[in-house]
Ligand binder design. Structure first.
Ligand SMILES: NC(=O)C1=CN([C@@H]2O[C@H](COP(=O)(O)OP(=O)(O)OC[C@H]3O[C@@H](n4cnc5c(N)ncnc54)[C@H](OP(=O)(O)O)[C@@H]3O)[C@@H](O)[C@H]2O)C=CC1
Ligand SMILES: O=C(CO)COP(=O)(O)O
Length: 341
């Protein structure tokens, strides 16, 4: 019998570990690459990732490794679960090795300056690779604890979508396919900003009406922005849009929500981020999104409001007053069905 080829997961954080476990539970041999040799050795011996996913057993089919070159050489399907700030610098030096491989980004961020999404960076580094993204309401800990979960794999390459479905689909994890890579990936990146606002609102004791208003207006705002960049608004009604927005804006398990909650309790942004000690992509996304919205002239009052509080010295009360007293608008404006002329 021939041995099954291993699949790579890049990143030693909570999401990389949760996805590595899913693959291994399906009988797929996994090489999970992380930069820290001590972490890899400890995970090999103790079968746990205590810093990022405490209390979850790392499946015996996951081999924690720290030799990136050997990992990329050995695997034709590679899941990338690195922070957005690290993805380019980790992979660019190995561009030649990525030719023809399936590269699936799990990272939900946007590159500063270029405003590139992660799969666009992968495409730039490795134009000969097969590129996809995986995004949806996917809190790593819940996946690792086998909560019933669904996600979306998106790629123009249908065979890649099917390959990802085949290795990840399981008893507790369901994978839907989409051809709208841009929309799916943009949804995952944008919702992090609104999770910060939602966490803040909860810490400030705001009610359920407020939470619902925030989530719904966030959906309107992110869809309006995405449409202006050419995305399909319908994608935002799916798991990678409203699905991920709901989970991240509702759950204290979300790190972006936690940053917002800490801000609402009076911590500075620096304190909130350092107390978290994990990746909260929404902070960087907020900065690049504010600039991009201005550049493409899209109305994003929630993004502008959070940016004003965190980076322009405005108080929360000033921003709330400004938002609530803004000129009256129509509902669901981003798909023009208001019935008004
Ligand atoms: N956690 C979740 O629920 C989900 C996360 N995601 C996305 O997955 C991505 C990864 O997040 P997540 O796993 O949660 O992150 P974590 O905060 O759990 O872990 C971050 C990981 O990235 C590693 N890392 C940081 N900088 C570098 C670098 N320069 N080179 C190599 N490795 C580096 C860290 O290594 P070290 O310890 O050595 O610093 C650590 O292993 C994010 O974009 C996130 O939005 C998507 C869906 C769900
Ligand atoms: O993307 C996520 C859930 O789908 C995880 O969100 P956080 O990065 O805020 O934890």
């Amino acid at each position: 019998m021939t041995e099954q080829q291993p699949v790579a997961v890049l990143g030693g954080g909570s999401f990389g570990t949760a996805v590595a476990n899913l693959l291994a539970e399906n009988g797929v041999p996994v090489r999970q690459w992380m930069r820290d040799p001590e972490q890899a050795e400890a995970m090999r011996v103790n079968r746990e990732n205590p810093r990022y996913l405490k209390g979850i057993r790392v499946h015996d089919g996951v081999e924690p490794v720290n030799d990136l070159l050997a990992t990329l050489q050995a695997c034709d399907l590679i899941f990338v679960a690195l922070p957005s700030s690290a993805l380019r610098s980790v992979l660019a030096p190995h561009a030649e090795l990525l030719r023809g491989k399936g590269l699936v980004s799990l990272t939900k961020g946007i590159e500063a300056q270029s405003f590139k999404l992660m799969s666009q960076i992968l495409e730039e580094i490795a134009p000969q690779a097969r590129i996809g993204v995986l995004s949806g309401p996917n809190l790593a800990r819940e996946i690792a604890e086998h909560a019933l979960t669904a996600t979306v794999v998106a790629s123009e390459d249908e065979a890649l979508c099917q390959q990802v479905q085949a290795v990840l689909h399981g008893r507790t994890f369901r994978v839907y396919a989409s051809a709208d890579r841009f929309g799916v990936e943009l949804g995952g990146a944008l919702k992090n900003v609104y999770a910060i606002i939602a966490g803040m609102a909860v810490a400030l004791g705001m009610g359920e009406n407020t939470k619902s208003m925030l989530i719904t207006r966030a959906l309107a705002e992110m869809t309006r922005f995405a449409v202006s960049l050419g995305a399909n608004p319908m994608t935002f009604l799916g798991l990678a849009g409203v699905g991920d927005l709901i989970v991240t804006c509702s759950s204290p398990k979300s790190r972006n929500y936690q940053v917002g909650h800490a801000l609402g309790q009076g911590l500075s942004l620096e304190q909130a981020v350092s107390r978290l000690g994990e990746v909260a992509e929404g902070v960087n996304t907020l900065k690049v999104l504010k600039a991009k919205a201005q550049e493409v002239q899209v109305y994003m009052p929630l993004v502008a409001g959070l940016h004003a509080i965190l980076f322009e010295g405005r108080t929360l009360n000033q921003v709330i007053e400004h938002l609530m007293r803004a000129e009256p608008k129509t509902d669901v404006d981003f798909i023009s069905i208001s019935g008004f002329n």
